[in-house]
Design a protein around this ligand. Structure first.
Ligand SMILES: *Cc1c(COP(=O)(O)O)cnc(C)c1O
Ligand code: SF4
Length: 344
């Protein structure tokens, strides 16, 4: 029998060290959330009339200050600003743009697990992101009750364990690296007991938008993962890279992890051959091979970012005519019910 004093001690809070806020968590909390503050930081007060308060209510602005520092002063067309500022274009209702454009609701196989494709299980590890991207297909996703973290991983892990066809687990979200490292350790420790898992993949925008996240604790977690692991980062424009991103990715690569970049083709951000070529070259220089160039998911409030398939194919062909083959990402669209991302 456990004496009362001892069981109380077992329930005592963890030591202070575990409760300390890491630097990246402080930076994350310190993100800019007020569209007007963001505009005044950039000397763009005159653009305030374009802000949509209703769009900002539906999906609030959030952007780390280090990412703001990569935006150009006084440029209302800055490609990084356009990705995060809630503007009046979002208020237009456009036919064909819906709440669940990619069929996430139908693909849900358990709390926080999406299984759309052979062999792969995608874990919606958390609903949180360090940045809120206006074009994101998950802006309408019911995160609060759909994340694996909330269900304490149990249900999600049981689903994966009971399905021997799953050989790759994809940590996604939201942004899985917005979870504390201790949570990630907990998750992969539980997955390590599932014999049919052969690969792990992590989809995260944090190495780009908050490279401070790649700290010693995260690196030692990455270093000790028992599977060949791929990190898919997400940058849409060459200006998203800077020395801090280069340094973070170099550290990740030292652990032996493969780093890929995926981007979304976005009007006003990267819809030119020059912008796409610069993105591929810069991302490769940072250690990330181009993986996918996604056509926008037709999600409500994002129509102003759309590029037609014709123009997209033209850009892609011109890119292929200019760059080394391995620098050309695959142009794809996600179609609900398809067996994989559909090449265009
Ligand atoms: C995109 C996606 C994947 C990964 O697809 P790949 O083509 O292997 O990159 C896996 N599961 C879901 C639910 C997805 O949406
Ligand atoms: S899921 Fe990715 S694209 Fe969407 S808001 Fe989060 S970081 Fe941006």
């Amino acid at each position: 029998m456990i004496p009362a004093a001892q069981s109380a001690q077992q329930r005592a809070p963890r030591p202070i060290a575990n409760l300390q806020t890491s630097r990246w968590q402080q930076l994350w909390r310190d993100a800019v959330r007020d569209p007007r503050e963001l505009l005044s930081m950039l000397g763009l007060e005159g653009m305030a009339a374009r802000i949509s308060d209703s769009a900002a209510m539906q999906f609030p602005l959030r952007v780390p200050r280090g990412f703001v520092a990569r935006m150009r002063q006084g440029d209302p067309h800055d490609p990084l600003l356009r990705q995060v500022l809630p503007i009046d274009d979002e208020d237009r209702i456009v036919e064909g743009f819906t709440l669940d454009a990619v069929g996430d609701a139908a693909a849900r196989s358990a709390n926080g697990v999406l299984q759309k494709y052979q062999g792969r299980a995608l874990l919606v590890a958390t609903g949180s992101c360090a940045i809120h991207c206006r074009y994101c297909f998950r802006r309408h996703f019911p995160y609060s009750d759909e994340t694996a973290a909330r269900a304490g991983w149990q249900e999600a892990i049981a689903t994966i364990r009971n399905d021997a066809s799953v050989d790759e687990v994809i940590l996604s979200g939201g942004d899985p690296l917005s979870l504390a490292t201790s949570k990630l350790v907990e998750l992969t420790d539980a997955l390590a007991g599932v014999p049919h898992i052969k690969r792990l993949r992590i989809h995260s925008r944090l190495p780009v938008v908050l490279p401070e996240r790649i700290d010693a604790g995260l690196l030692s977690w990455l270093d000790r993962l028992p599977w060949p692991t791929t990190l898919v980062i997400h940058a849409n424009h060459t200006n998203e890279f800077d020395g801090s991103v280069d340094a973070a990715l170099a550290q990740v690569r030292k652990t032996g992890i493969t780093v890929l970049n995926q981007a979304v083709l976005l009007r006003g951000v990267n819809d030119s051959v020059d912008a796409l070529a610069a993105l591929s070259e810069r991302s490769f220089a940072a250690g990330a091979l181009p993986y996918y160039l996604h056509q926008l998911d037709r999600v409500s409030a994002t129509a102003h970012f759309e590029i037609s398939d014709d123009i997209a194919q033209g850009l892609h062909a011109a890119l292929a005519a200019r760059l080394s083959g391995y620098l050309v990402p695959r142009l794809v669209r996600e179609i609900a019910g398809d067996p994989g991302k559909r090449p265009l």
